[in-house]
Each structure stands twice: as C-alpha cells, then as structure tokens.
Design a protein around this ligand. Structure first.
Ligand code: SAH
Ligand code: SF4
Length: 351
C-alpha cells in the first residue's frame, strides 16, 4: 500500500470505521477503542508505544498507517504573544492555525479548508481561492500540534482558513472528537464554529446534538450590502440564515455571537446601529466587533481594493452606542498583526 495515500492516515478513520477495519484483519472490535484512546486521549505519535497491542499488530499498523497527518513547518511569534503555526499536508498544501493567549484563556483558531470558495471581499483567505477540504485528522492535528509546542489550549474557534460548514462531514467528525467526554479535551461551551451563513448546514448542525457555540459572520444587517461584501448572501440570504440561527439556539440552548468586521462607510453608520440593535433583541446574542485587518498585501482588485477600516474612535463610539441600547458588545483587539495571523489574514502565499 502507498503510505502517502490519504486514506492511510489513521486519524481520518472514525471510531466506527476503525471497528470495521479491525474486524477486516481479524482483530477484536475493542481494539478500535484502544487505538482511539492512544491517538486522542494519550495523543500518542508512535505505534511502538501502544504496548497493549501485540507486536505483530503494532508492526501491521506501522506498515499500513501514518499517525500524523500534517508536518510542522514553522512557528511564528508575534509581539502580542500570538503564535502562528504553519503546517504542511501530505499533498504539499499549507495550512495555518493561530494560538491566541489572553490572560487565562488560550484560544486556538483552526482551519477547515485549504483556502475558501466563498470570496468575501474583505478576506485574504477568500482572495486565495479554494484548494480542498481538510480531513478530520488534519483538523484535529492542528490542536495536537499546538499542544506539542507548549500551548495549553482552553478554547477552540473554527475561524481560521475556510468555511467549516462547507466541509460539514469532516468538521462534524472533528467536533465529535473534541467534545468526546472520554477525552476531557474541552467542554462544548468552549468550542465555537464560525460560519458565513450556510442555512441548511446550520440546521443540520443543530440536529447533530453536538450543541457547540455558533458564531455568525454578520457584517451587515442589510441584504444588499451583505450580498456585495459576502456573495454567499445571494444564495442564502440573511433572512433565511436568521431563521436557521433561531432554530439552532432553540435546539442547543446557546447564545449566538455575531461577528461584525467594521468597514468604513459600509457598515459603521447610525442606521447600522439601529438595525443591529433591533436584530440583537430578536434572540439571545452578543456582538463581537472586529477591526478590519488590511488585505492590501494581497493586491486585490474590485471592491476589495476599496475597503478601508473604520477609525478606532468611530469603532469605539459605535460599540458604546450599541451598549447604550442594551446590547452586549465585545471589541476584539487585533492580535498578531505583525505576523499576518489576525482574522482574515490567513493566506499562504506559496499556494
Ligand atoms: N468562514 C468562516 C470562518 C473563518 S473567517 C466565517 O466566515 O465565519 C473568521 C472571521 O474572520 C469571520 O468573522 C470573518 O468575517 C472575519 N474576517 C475575515 N477577513 C477579515 C479581515 N480582513 N479583517 C477582520 N476580520 C476578518
Ligand atoms: Fe471564507 Fe470566511 Fe473568508 Fe468568507 S470570511 S472568504 S467564508 S474564510
């Protein structure tokens, strides 16, 4: 067998698939659980450590499988303490994960796709285009690599490269691993999936029973403006997305976080405050205001080239006005700007 065949990465098998595999080689089904424990509870990187397997089974696994799906190529450190991990996949694609410390909290921002097909006008990943979905193993290994460089991760956000709900099956599989109570990785309250708004998949995620936190990249409450900056809004308009979000909250008993990247004259006007206030009162929610990180280094054309950040003063005033209206507002500090690890700056030039 060719070991570079993607199927031979053991972390790309679900526990059910491992059971099937072990029975195909005349091994007992409980071996699957043992292997799962080695991979995800003990985070073992070496079949030789798995001493509750016979020597011949260890040899068989070594001959047929790889444990690590991605290779660590580089770790960049920002002055703010943020670290960016550059990882290479078996087919020489590069992905990035960002580790953001903030007091006691250390958040890992994970990627789910190489690039992204959705072409949001303010996003470097969008400008890079779409290459492929990441496998469940490639998603989970970003966490395992982050820990291996000494980071104690307390929160995971699916806000790196790609649209998690367009890689639904693999995102779900990775969430199942992270929320598996046997692993004691993180509670579901500390895991957030961010989406640009894929209506049918929000409903499927609600029905999955995983009950993780959901964030919606809102950026405008007006359909026409949202469609201009986020072309996906033409297919799934905000009206339909919000109905799906309402269903999600009902099924999971969670709050929605609206992400709102501030763009000068596009979504920072008084009418935006009025409309956002109305929207936030509709269901339990909070707003995460994000300063727009420049994407000029990508030399974009069209609308992307014209986008400017809202000034800091105006952004703070916008947040205060919302707070005065009774809305919960967080302002995200731009982190890791100096290493292009801030939101929407994840794009690997060498692709
Ligand atoms: N595809 C998903 C998750 C990845 S994007 C989504 O769109 O939600 C993560 C967050 O970064 C989103 O809220 C996105 O809108 C925001 N973002 C993208 N580009 C940005 C930029 N240049 N400056 C600030 N935020 C940006
Ligand atoms: Fe894709 Fe999210 Fe970037 Fe839009 S903001 S292009 S959905 S990664």
């Amino acid at each position: 067998m060719n070991k570079t065949d993607n199927l031979k990465f053991v972390k790309n098998f679900s526990e059910e698939e491992l059971i099937e595999y072990f029975s195909s080689i005349n091994e007992k089904p409980y071996r699957a659980k043992q292997l799962y424990d080695w991979l995800y509870v003990k985070e073992s990187l070496d079949f030789d450590e798995m001493l509750n397997f016979s020597k011949s089974l260890r040899e068989h696994l070594k001959d047929n499988f790889e444990i690590t799906t991605v290779k660590q190529k580089e770790v960049q450190h920002s002055s703010s303490g943020t670290k960016k991990l550059l990882l290479e996949t078996y087919d020489n694609k590069f992905i990035e994960s960002v580790i953001i410390p903030d007091g006691e909290r250390v958040t890992l921002c994970l990627s789910t796709q190489v690039g992204c097909p959705l072409d949001c006008k303010f996003c470097a990943t969008g400008l890079m285009g779409y290459k492929r979905n990441l496998t469940p193993g490639e998603i989970v290994d970003q966490y395992i690599h982050s820990k291996s460089i000494g980071s104690k991760i307390t929160n995971i956000v699916y806000m790196g490269m790609g649209e998690p709900l367009l890689n639904f099956k693999n995102t779900l599989e990775s969430l199942r691993i992270f929320t598996d109570t046997r692993l004691e990785t993180l509670s579901r309250n500390r895991i957030t999936v961010s989406t640009s708004g894929i209506t049918p998949k929000i409903i499927e995620l609600a029905d999955s029973g995983l009950r993780v936190q959901l964030a919606l990249s809102l950026h405008s409450t007006f359909e026409d403006i949202r469609s201009k900056i986020m072309p996906i809004n033409v297919k799934y308009d905000l009206k339909s997305v919000l109905i799906a979000v309402e269903y999600y909250l009902k099924m999971t008993d969670t709050k929605i976080t609206y992400e709102y990247t501030m763009l000068k004259d596009l979504n920072d006007r008084d009418e935006d405050i009025k409309s956002l206030t109305k929207l936030c009162k509709r269901m339990p929610s909070k707003i995460n205001i994000i300063p727009f990180n420049s994407i000029k280094h990508m030399s974009p054309g069209g609308l992307s080239a014209e986008l400017e950040p809202t000034s800091r003063n105006k952004l703070m005033l916008f947040a205060d006005k919302l707070r005065n209206n009774g809305i919960t507002v967080m302002v995200r500090e731009t982190q890791g700007d100096d290493i292009a690890a801030a939101c929407g700056q994840l794009a690997v030039k060498s692709l």
